[in-house]
Design a protein around this ligand. Structure first.
Ligand code: UT7
Length: 332
């Protein structure tokens, strides 16, 4: 009997309506559409404007839509994991809130914090539970990055957007699903990209607010260099490990942080641009949501057996690649 693997059997996303364009950003900080397009490749990003709605709201929308789309009853879900760095609050977890609002009465839940690699780490964790006997798991990748973005800092504010995604994981004995992963973390990179305050080391105070320490701090160039080399290394490594040639690979599904990073990784993998999922121009960097947001947009084009390498790099540093064989043909 063949080994049970986890397959993504459905995917859904929620995007807030508001589009923050480069032209609007140019009225807020000293920047331009030309600079942002050249250096980053983002045209606009979605923003959750309503201050009463955050990651759990967006995640719940994504989960409810997923249940409907896959004809799944909320009671059937056994586990929900949410990858996010922008939880509604430190506790209870955003997963708790989503499960409650979406009626997942039989699910236990927890959040995973691994920045831009969060979705991949959560996907692989969910896959391990499926291999261990679970039948239905939802993985959410969701971030309200606008909540931790400083719109007076031109070096970071063009980068980020808000979005939520949800995938359903189920067991399969066919030769599809989550095949393998290679993951890394390196805490020495933490100082280049982090949120300075709001944790137990520097709890919120007048001083942390005055010093704007509740917003993303990033040393862009340092992160850029690591992102290109580490994401490319791990993506090439997983292709080689499974003997996948650039021709055989159906798509690279890269984390969407910067168009130049994506292009450099694709070049190292020997891929033509038609084999790379890119939607950064429309949504920016939505942290834990970027990779599933691509899969959701490409769902109609994907076919059972397609070979995909999902690849991410982010704060921590954290990085890795997951090799999956797509499990279904979508009928919209
Ligand atoms: O997802 C998590 C992982 N994060 C990433 O992967 C992000 C990695 N880093 C990057 O994508 C890039 O480093 C940035 C997009 C953040 C910055 O691009 P860069 O090409 O590394 O620019 P830079 O920081 O070297 O800045 C070049 C110049 C500077 O001016 P001077 O010092 O040369 O006069 C900046 O002040 O560009 C200036 N600059 C801007 N100019 C117009 C920085 N931001 C802007 C801006 N508009 N928004």
């Amino acid at each position: 009997m063949s080994k049970i693997k986890a397959a993504i059997t459905g995917i859904n996303a929620f995007l807030p309506d508001y589009r923050l364009t480069n032209d609007e950003l140019s009225t807020m900080v000293d920047t331009s559409d030309e600079w942002i397009m050249q250096r980053i490749g983002i045209k606009e990003r979605r923003i959750m404007k309503d201050p009463d709605k955050a990651t759990a709201y967006m995640g719940t929308k994504a989960v409810k839509g997923l249940l409907e789309k896959t004809n799944t009853r909320p009671e059937e879900i056994e586990l929900l994991i949410t990858a996010t760095i922008t939880p509604d609050m430190i506790f209870p977890t955003t997963s708790n809130l989503i499960a409650y609002k979406a009626g997942l009465k039989n699910a236990w839940t927890y959040d995973m914090l691994a920045a831009c690699s969060g979705f991949l780490f959560a996907l692989q964790t969910g896959a391990a539970f499926i291999e261990g006997g679970y039948k239905k798991i939802i993985i959410v990748g969701a971030d309200k990055m606008s909540a931790i973005t400083d719109y007076s800092d031109r070096t970071t504010c063009p980068l980020f957007g808000d979005a939520a995604t949800a995938v359903l994981l189920e067991p399969t004995s066919e030769d599809v699903g989550v095949m393998d992963h290679i993951f890394h973390t390196d805490g020495s990179g933490g100082k280049h990209l982090y949120l300075k305050a709001g944790g137990s080391l520097h709890p919120a105070s007048h001083e942390t607010v005055e010093k704007r320490e509740h917003f993303v701090y990033q040393e862009g160039q340092a992160v850029f260099k690591f992102a290109v080399s580490r994401m490319a290394d791990v993506s090439v490594e997983i292709m080689k490990k499974h003997g996948i040639s650039p021709d055989e690979l159906t798509y690279l599904v890269p984390h969407q942080a910067n168009m130049r990073i994506i292009e450099a990784v694709a070049r190292r993998m020997g891929l033509i641009k038609e084999k790379v999922m890119i939607n950064i121009q429309k949504y920016g960097n939505t942290t834990a949501a970027t990779i599933p947001l691509c899969l959701w947009e490409w769902e109609d084009k994907l076919r059972k057996g397609d070979k995909l390498v999902l690849s991410a790099f982010g704060g921590g540093f954290t990085w890795g690649a997951v090799y999956i064989k797509w499990a279904y043909d979508h009928v919209s």
